[in-house]
Design a binder for this molecule. Structure first.
Ligand code: C2O
Ligand code: CU
Length: 463
C-alpha cells in the first residue's frame, strides 16, 4: 500500500476525533521510527482541579501535556518506535495483544534490558493482526500505568468496512487527592481482594467527554480498558450498536450490544449507528453495580447520512492458528490466594506483599531471578490451558505473544473470538486452546496490576 492511499484512508476517518499520528512508511524500506518519549507532565485532570504530575508518552522529543498518542499501524506492515526515557526510573514498552517477536515484548530481565533514564530502546515489528490493542510499560507498572502511561494502538486493515467516523476511548481512573497529588497507588487490604480503585474516572483523560459524530452515520468506536483495577460493564443508550470485535479479534457474526464486561487489558470495537436528528445524543455507560454512570457521549451533527447498521458485515478475521484439539496437551493453571508474604525485590518496584499465585507459585514478574516456566511448550504444538479461578474475585488473565480461543467455561455461554485476555469470573473454570507458534518466554498474568505485582504472574517457554 502506498503512502498516498494510507493518507486517504486516514482522512476518511476524520471528523469525530483527532486521530493519532500516522505511520511514515517508506515504500519498500524500513519505516522511520516514531520517537516515543516517556516523560513527566503537569496536567489538570479534574475539571477546575489542581494540576497533577502525570507520566505520559509524547511523539518526538516535544513536551506532551495530554494523554499518550493513539499509535496507528497497518496489518502486515513494518512499524518501528524508539522509546526515549525522560522519566527518573527505568521503563519499557509492552505492546499488549500484538503477536510479535519475543525480543520486542518489553518485559525487563526476560526479553530486554531495562531502559534507564536518559537511555532509549528501539522496537520494530510487523503487526500480524488488525484491531484495537494498547501499549504500556512493564516495569514498576502499578505506578507508571497509574500515573498515565497507557495508550491505544490501532492496527488498520485496508479491507475493513468503511465508517463515517472513528472514536477511540481510553478508559482509566486516577488515584488523586484534593490537591491533584497522586495518592498511594494501592491499599494492601484491597490488593488482597478485588484491587484498589481510583478516585477520578476518565475517558481520554477527561470526565465524561462529549464528541461529535455525523447524524445517521456509522461510527467505529474502539474502547480500551487500560485501568489497573476497574472492570467495566459497557452499555449504550440512545442508539443501536453492534459488537464487531473483542480484544482485537473480529466476532464471527456482529451482534447487538446489550451489556458486556470489559476487564483491565480488554478491548471492544463497536459499530454505532448515530441517531438521525441533529443534536441527539448517544451515551456509553458503565452499568456495573447498582449506580450506572456515563463514560462518554456522542452528539449527532449535520444532515443525516442515512446509513444502516446492516451495511457493516463481519470484519476480516485475523490469522490466528486453530489448535488441534485431538493432540492438544492439557495444562492446569490454578489462580489462588497465597499465604506467603515475603516479597521479592525488583528494580521495577516491589509492592512489598505477596497475596496471589499461579499454580501455587507467587512471582511479581519482573525480578532479576525468574522462577521456572509453568511449562515448556513445543513450537507448533497445541495446548489447552485449564484455568481454574479458586478465588471469589474476578481476574483478567493476559498471555503475551500468543492468542487463545476459549473452548468452554462453567460460567459463560457466549464464547468470544480468540483473545489475549480472558476475564475469569469468581470460581470460573475455563478451557482455552492455543498453538504455541511464537518462540520465547511469554508471561501470563492477572491484569489487575496489584494482583500481578503481588504474585499472580508466571510464564511459558516456547522452544
Ligand atoms: Cu498488558 Cu503483561 O501486559
Ligand atoms: Cu487478579
Amino acid at each position: 500500500l502506498s503512502r498516498r492511499t494510507f493518507l486517504q484512508g486516514s482522512a476518511a476517518l476524520g471528523g469525530a476525533f483527532a486521530l493519532g499520528a500516522g505511520v511514515a512508511a517508506r515504500a519498500g524500506g524500513a519505516p522511520d521510527p516514531q520517537i516515543l518519549t516517556a516523560q513527566f507532565a503537569q496536567v489538570q485532570l479534574a475539571a477546575g482541579g489542581a494540576n497533577s504530575k502525570v507520566m505520559t508518552y509524547g511523539l518526538g522529543e516535544a513536551v506532551n501535556t495530554s494523554m499518550p498518542p493513539v499509535l496507528r499501524m497497518r496489518k502486515g506492515e513494518a512499524y518501528a518506535a524508539r522509546l526515549v526515557n525522560r522519566l527518573d526510573e527505568p521503563t519499557t514498552v509492552h505492546w499488549h495483544g500484538l503477536r510479535i517477536a519475543n525480543a520486542m515484548d518489553g518485559v525487563p530481565e526476560m526479553t530486554q534490558p531495562y531502559v534507564y533514564p536518559g537511555d532509549h530502546f528501539d522496537y520494530s515489528f510487523t503487526p500480524p493482526d488488525a484491531g484495537t490493542f494498547w501499549y504500556h510499560p512493564h516495569c514498576n507498572t502499578l505506578t507508571q500505568m497509574g500515573s498515565g502511561l497507557t495508550g491505544v494502538i490501532v492496527v488498520e486493515n485496508p479491507e475493513d468496512p468503511a465508517f463515517d467516523a472513528e472514536i477511540v476511548l481510553n478508559l482509566r481512573d486516577w488515584r488523586l487527592g484534593a490537591k491533584g497529588q497522586f495518592l498511594a497507588p494501592f491499599k494492601p487490604r484491597d490488593a488482597a481482594r478485588g484491587g484498589t480503585y481510583g478516585t477520578l474516572r476518565t475517558a481520554n483523560w477527561r470526565r465524561e467527554p462529549a464528541y461529535e459524530a455525523p447524524a445517521g452515520g456509522l461510527v467505529r468506536v474502539r474502547i480500551a480498558a487500560t485501568d489497573v483495577t476497574r472492570i467495566y460493564t459497557i452499555g449504550l443508550e440512545g442508539a443501536e450498536a453492534k459488537v464487531i470485535a473483542l480484544d482485537g479479534n473480529p466476532v464471527g457474526t456482529p451482534f447487538p450490544l446489550d451489556r458486556l464486561d470489559l476487564g483491565p487489558g480488554q478491548r471492544m470495537d463497536l459499530a454505532i449507528r448515530m441517531p438521525e436528528s441533529e443534536g441527539a445524543s448517544v451515551t456509553i455507560g458503565n452499568f456495573r453495580g447498582s449506580h450506572p454512570w456515563s463514560i462518554a457521549s456522542f452528539r449527532a451533527t449535520g444532515a443525516s447520512l442515512k446509513r444502516d447498521l446492516r451495511d457493516i458485515g463481519p470484519l476480516p478475521a485475523n490469522p490466528v492458528a486453530e489448535a488441534d484439539l485431538s493432540t492438544a496437551k492439557p495444562i492446569p493453571i490454578e489462580l489462588t490466594a497465597t499465604a506467603e508474604h515475603e516479597a521479592r525485590p525488583s528494580i521495577c518496584g516491589s509492592l512489598g506483599y505477596t497475596f496471589w499465585a499461579l499454580n501455587k507459585v507467587p512471582w511479581p514478574g519482573d525480578t532479576p531471578d525468574p522462577i521456572a516456566p509453568i511449562e515448556e511448550l513445543t513450537r507448533g504444538k497445541s495446548y489447552v490451558l485449564q484455568i481454574a479461578n479458586r478465588t471469589p474475585h474476578a481476574h483478567p488473565i493476559h498471555l503475551h505473544g500468543m492468542s487463545f480461543r476459549i473452548l468452554a467455561s462453567n460460567k459463560r455461554s457466549f464464547l468470544p473470538p480468540p483473545t489475549d485476555t480472558i476475564l475469569l469470573l469468581p470460581d470460573e473454570q475455563a478451557e482455552v486452546a492455543l498453538v504455541a507458534d511464537n518462540p520465547g518466554d511469554w508471561v501470563i498474568h492477572c491484569h489487575i496490576i496489584e494482583h500481578q505485582k503481588t504474585g499472580m504472574t508466571g510464564y511459558f517457554r516456547v522452544v
